[in-house]
Design a protein around this ligand. Structure first.
Ligand code: GLN
Length: 203
């Protein structure tokens, strides 16, 4: 049976993730209230603006229920701002920004901004592009964070292949939690969403 995967729908590119999840074989449910959160088998935290999302989680009374479900092992995938929200430590954010602390990594917000605001590259993604015959993955970065360090038990799945940020970590997984600095929901390549749907189905 297809899992039901929520998309946190307070702000950001909710529609693109919803469409990508459906293409990847899941039922997708926008989540704005606890009754919706209660129904999902996994959740996507979309790209957008992490400090705004942090504020809205409070306004919609979703912060504590979401933290509780993540602590109970709810599978989660965060892209860009979503990666920032899931991280345990955030550099270069606002002092009052709250986050979800579900992934043992330190991320630097707007990390590429000092070099370029936005860029695209082809990269290798462990578990996806290393399958026989698989193409590299086009990755779109928009005011993106990078992962500055990872804790024990966190797998690095992708790094920037070349250029000024070569070697920077841009995709990670720790058990049921997946995060990418980039936006696979905008490229029409749904392999990352399929990877997450499989994670949820196997959880
Ligand atoms: N810079 C944004 C933030 O700090 C993230 C950008 C994005 O999600 N495209 O939340």
């Amino acid at each position: 049976m297809s899992p039901t995967i929520g998309v946190l729908a307070l702000q950001g590119d909710v529609r693109e993730h919803t469409a990508a999840l459906v293409e990847a074989g899941a039922h997708a449910l926008p989540v704005r209230r606890v009754s919706e959160l209660d129904r999902v088998d996994g959740i996507v935290i979309p790209g957008g603006e992490s400090t705004t999302m942090s504020k809205l989680l409070g306004v919609f009374d979703l912060y504590d229920p979401l933290v509780d479900r993540l602590r109970d092992g709810l599978p989660a995938y965060g892209s860009c701002a979503g990666m920032i929200m899931l991280a345990s430590t955030i550099l270069d954010t606002r002092a009052d920004a709250r986050h979800l602390d579900a992934l043992d990594v330190t991320v630097r917000r707007n990390a590429f901004g000092r070099q370029v605001e936005s860029f695209e590259t082809d990269l290798q993604f462990a578990g996806i592009t290393d399958l026989p015959g698989a193409d590299p993955m086009r990755a779109v970065f928009i005011r993106a964070p990078w992962v500055e360090s990872v804790g024990a038990g966190v797998d690095v799945l992708a790094t920037v292949p070349d250029g000024p940020a070569a070697g920077r970590v841009v995709a990670v997984r720790q058990r049921n939690v997946l995060a990418t600095s980039f936006h696979p929901e905008v490229t029409g390549d749904h392999r990352v969403h399929r990877f997450f749907v499989d994670m949820v189905a196997g959880a």
